[in-house]
Design a protein around this ligand. Structure first.
Ligand code: AMP
Length: 352
């Protein structure tokens, strides 16, 4: 039977009890509005740990924009149903006052990871990563020794949390999990529900930009600025999208390298506003004349594994669309020739 705690102390005691009886704990921190992406973390935690603990908390410290937090979807009853159905043992769903006594006064102690959080999301959302690091540090401190599961969907966040846990010697093993995508390639996100149907269709521009970038890297583009321009061009052609950034970075440092190589591991990152909804996505890219390669595969040491898209996404490189994806896969297919013109990439859904 699943137990839901609102009090931090009760949750802490429950996990202490689990460990003292010899069982391991898998922690899945979330902000609720659970979708199949969150559920994939819960399923992985269930496979690898004796008991799964989920936290559901919309963390005000990580929202710069008041309208973003007030419009953030909240579906606690449905979330708890999904957790219970997945065999989750214990949930922490605290109030803001429980997490931050004295709120709206800010906590005196905050955590800042520096370096890794300066660029990309950090630059576009000042204070965001300090809010993330502070709440995750607090959750780790409450939960104690565990494995903690995070999505590669938020790649910079994953890198930051890993660094924080290592720097502060926390007894937490951070596990990165592949991005779960919708059939058209769009990464699942709690924010997608705020898109109109037309905007939701426009959101495919993010995975399409990544597919174009992956193809460019695979076909020999080694200059990050060229790959960035190829991805940006895809986003900029979509009138409903406003590009924030589209970059090729070193997967470990998240810095733009002077040259793309497989030695460092490369990650493509993209962020865009669709209407008022800010969406992010990313994938790995590898150099080399492969005929067929997974769009998101090697992790460059930060994530671990291939993307799961209710199937698999493949970037197909070669003459025509000769190599199609596996059955059920959302597939990026270049529709002709050897050009890396992003216009010639389309997302298709293989039947079966
Ligand atoms: P959030 O509730 O948005 O804070 O996300 C909670 C956790 O779920 C984070 O570790 C996210 O990276 C992860 N997550 C969100 N969307 C996805 C997705 N589409 N696939 C895999 N993990 C995800």
């Amino acid at each position: 039977m699943m137990i839901v705690h609102e009090a931090i102390d009760d949750f802490r005691r429950a996990l202490d009890h689990t460990r003292s009886s010899g069982s391991s704990v898998g922690l899945v921190p979330t902000m609720g509005a659970l979708h199949d992406g969150h559920m994939s973390l819960i399923e992985r935690a269930s496979r690898e740990c004796d008991q799964v603990a989920v936290t559901i908390f919309v963390n005000p410290l990580q929202f710069g924009d008041v309208s973003d937090i007030t419009s953030y979807p909240r579906t606690l009853a449905a979330d708890l149903d999904r957790c219970a159905a997945s065999g989750v043992a214990v949930v922490l769903a605290p109030s803001v006052e429980e997490m931050y006594p004295g709120w709206p006064e800010l906590p005196s102690t905050t955590v800042s990871v520096g370096g890794l959080g300066d660029e990309w999301e950090g630059r576009s959302r000042p204070g965001h990563f300090d809010g993330v690091a502070t709440v995750v540090a607090k959750l780790f401190s409450i939960a104690g020794r565990c494995r903690a599961y995070f999505g590669e969907k938020d790649f910079q966040q994953l890198a930051l949390v890993r660094r924080m846990a290592a720097d502060l010697g926390m007894p937490v093993e951070v596990v990165g999990c592949p991005t779960v995508r919708d059939r058209d390639g769009v990464a699942l996100s709690s924010r997608n529900v705020r898109l109109t149907p037309e905007q939701r269709r426009a959101a495919t521009v993010l995975p399409r930009a990544l597919a174009a970038g992956t193809a460019a890297v695979a076909s020999g583009h080694v200059r990050p600025d060229e790959v960035s321009a190829i991805m940006s061009a895809v986003v900029e052609r979509q009138p409903l999208a406003r590009l924030d950034y589209a970059v090729a970075v070193d997967a470990a440092t998240l810095e733009v390298p002077s040259r793309i190589s497989d030695i460092a591991g490369t990650r493509l990152l993209v962020a865009a506003l669709i209407g008022t909804v800010r969406l992010i996505d990313n994938c790995a890219a590898s150099v080399g004349p492969l005929v067929e390669r997974e769009l998101v595969g090697s992790d460059g040491g930060v994530g671990d594994g291939a993307v799961q898209a209710h199937g698999r996404m493949l970037a197909t490189v070669g003459a025509g669309a000769a190599t199609a994806g596996r059955a059920g896969a959302a597939t990026a297919v270049r529709t002709g020739g050897e050009s890396t013109d992003p216009n010639r990439w389309t997302w298709t859904q293989e039947s079966g």
